[in-house]
Design a protein around this ligand. Sequence first.
Ligand code: UDP
Length: 323
Amino acid sequence: MNVLVTGGAGYIGSVTVKHLLDAGHQVVIFDSLELGHVEAIDPRARLLIGNLCREEDIRSAMRAVRPDAVMHFAAYALVGESSAHPGKYYRNNDVGGINLINAMLEVDCKRIIFSSTCATYGQPETLPITEDTIQDPTNPYGHSKLMLEEMLKWFAKIHGFRPVFLRYFNACGAEGNLGEDHAVETHIIPNILKVALGQKEKFEIFGDDYPTPDGTCIRDYVHVTDLADAHLRALLSEFTGAINLGTGRGFSVKEILEAARRVTKHPIPASSTPRRAGDPAELVANPAKAKKCLGWEARYKDPEAIIETAWAWHQAHPHGYGK
Ligand code: UDP
């Protein structure tokens, strides 16, 4: 298939691009390179540099590529930042998103695999989270993703779009020379590993007064290789609708910290700080639908195995890509 991948120079996008190419698909990456990395781009893929917020960029890319399907990764994705700057998130994720959808319509491309998120659910009353759980986000990031899901549902009804909403839980880990490198790192595992690398004095636990057994937030950590695998399955399937991508198992911030201490054999000093705005206490997927509809199941289920892959990448790239 001929696949246009927005955000293909980013973390999950770049790993999925590799899987697509390995499987024999043609890939054109559309990326602004604002947050993506040239070094993460597979040389077998073609790169079009452009910004989704500039309508003409994506319209001309779409006309040039005429893809069979789009995988849409490009987005801002930080809960904390979105809670301080909502407008930045709505502009990039929703204005950019509708520009993408309109450009797809112009070339009659109706298959889209969209990177959605467990942040669309907010803090549900019952866990684990199924795809039918009410979506009531606790931060603008989650809401910006939910809005694009809603728009795509109307395009499905009115124009025959066939969207898949892959609602990722907490993406983590690395695959070979592809890993997680953000200009300002806010994610838990890279921040823990920075302490083990001697780049940060201590790890900050954002809140230890949550209503969880050890007081820290619980998340479902899903490996980037597993996420990429789910995208390929979605692409080749006839499925449309929402799918949770998680392991079905939750781990607290303190449990992840302990796992990282075991993997790195570093004491990783840590202390607790106040809660971060927008963080729900506990998010864990019920991944049954992914298994039923895509035959997908996370192969990485154990935080130590996940952190080992991330640790290998961070040791090989202590200052990130190209530095
Ligand atoms: N977290 C933390 N310290 C950090 C980074 C994250 O305690 O330096 C916590 C955060 O509050 C959340 C969990 O780790 O409960 C996962 O956060 P992350 O930013 O990795 O992913 P998110 O859940 O926001 O998508």
